[in-house]
Design a protein around this ligand. Structure first.
Ligand SMILES: Cc1ncc(COP(=O)(O)O)c(C=O)c1O
Length: 388
């Protein structure tokens, strides 16, 4: 069998590994000078806005909610087609997630649905940007300004994307990034929060380290039970090296996505993400297709198993958040958010990472075509219909 093809994989070169080893040898391995340098580079990347590094995007979102003072009795409007971390952090603050549907093609939050769900308890909007197509930031912020709401952008999947020529993070309110190994760049685990000013940045520093504030007399105080989310220097050093390589990673990802578009446009008949115009600043962290389940005579799991048998790993991005046990606790049912549900039921994430080649994409596409071409064996007359 050919080499297994991972669904996502980071690219760490020898120079990065050596740089991380230097930090390990330095004797200072937790948060220090490399975190400061990483934050400075991230800030430069985000139009000089202040950025603070943390241990994950999940931590960044938790801190963002705390920064906005969101808690019991508050509502946060978010999209049901996203990752568990988003509603988890809202609920963890004691607030209520209000799920709305996504656009059927881009999977981004439906801003008309957001407007319709804003009520007296709404405090913030928390949208997730999808690879290949960002949330319309002009429309999002026009709505947020008009209704006096905070915005926490989940930009975990789109580091390096641009909107109207400006990088995600360079405009807006609070923006969180993920540096998990599956993302456009990695710090092993890690994340960052872009904030508005020096006061918010200071507040993040407190919230990411126990809530500790230093007093003038040299002692410390805690007024809010903060977490422990400071990024170690080893991770920051790796993140810094990855940030330098990000343009190369993104252009390889774009080339791979283009190949998927070219190959999957007709064969097999899957629903593809919207194809952005050349040079419009989109990035490709994932390539998610929708399977034509009603025509396939095969379940999604059987399709994924058949790819796995050929050494090709896939993912499901994402389950319908309003229908998971936590989501149902807030009164949601199947049928409430049809676009999200249709996507959650039929989506498959194909392998896409900067270490892949165009031949790898061809291998995936050939395998998809072969699996989907298997003709259905019609049931013999009198026997029960084949199970879908
Ligand atoms: C859309 C989205 N948001 C947030 C996160 C959380 O990222 P992290 O693992 O850095 O906490 C993920 C992780 O996969 C994600 O896919």
């Amino acid at each position: 069998m050919k080499q297994p093809l991972k669904f996502a994989s980071p690219l760490l070169d020898e120079a990065t590994i050596a740089a991380a080893a230097d930090v390990l040898r330095s004797g200072h391995i937790t948060s220090g000078v490399w975190v400061e340098r990483f934050e400075a580079a991230l800030s430069e990347f985000c139009g000089a806005r202040p950025v603070r590094a943390v241990t994950s995007a999940t931590a960044a979102m938790e801190i963002a909610l705390q920064l906005c003072g969101i808690g019991r009795g508050d509502e946060v409007i978010t999209c049901a087609q996203s990752f568990f971390a988003v509603p988890n952090m809202i609920v963890k603050q004691g607030a209520t997630p209000v799920f709305v549907d996504c656009d059927p093609l881009t999977r981004n939050i439906d801003l008309a649905a957001v407007a319709a769900r804003i009520g007296p308890r709404t405090r913030a909007i928390m949208p997730t940007h999808w690879p290949g197509s960002l949330v319309d930031l002009d429309a999002l912020y026009a709505l947020a300004r008009d209704r006096k709401l905070r915005v926490i952008e989940d930009a975990a999947l789109v580091m390096g994307s641009t909107f109207n020529g400006r990088p995600v993070g360079a405009v807006g309110d609070l923006v969180s990034f993920s540096f998990h190994p599956n993302k456009n760049m990695t710090s092993i685990e890690g994340g960052a929060l872009v904030v508005n000013d020096a006061d918010e940045a200071k507040r993040v520093e407190v919230l990411r380290f126990h809530g500790i504030e230093r007093l003038a007399d040299g002692t410390r105080d805690v007024g809010f039970p903060g977490g422990k989310f400071n990024l170690p220097d080893v991770n920051a050093r790796i993140g810094l090296a990855q940030l330098e390589r990000l343009p190369g990673f993104l252009s390889q990802r774009r080339a791979l996505a283009e190949r998927y578009f070219a190959r999957l446009a007709t064969d097999p008949a899957c629903v593809l993400p919207p194809r952005p115009a050349a040079g419009d600043g989109q990035t490709w962290n994932m390539f998610c297709i929708l399977l034509p389940l009603e025509r396939m005579r095969m379940s999604r799991q059987a399709f994924r198993d058949a790819l796995a048998a050929r050494g090709i790993a896939t993912g499901v991005s994402y389950e319908a958040l309003h229908l998971c046990t936590l989501g149902r606790r807030f009164g949601y049912h199947r049928g409430d958010l049809p676009n999200t549900e249709r996507i959650a039921d039929s989506t498959v994430t194909l392998p896409l990472h900067a270490g892949m080649t165009l031949d790898d994409v061809d291998r995936v596409c050939d395998a998809c075509a072969e699996i989907l071409a298997v003709p259905r064996t019609e049931p013999a007359s009198g026997s029960a219909p084949a199970k879908r």
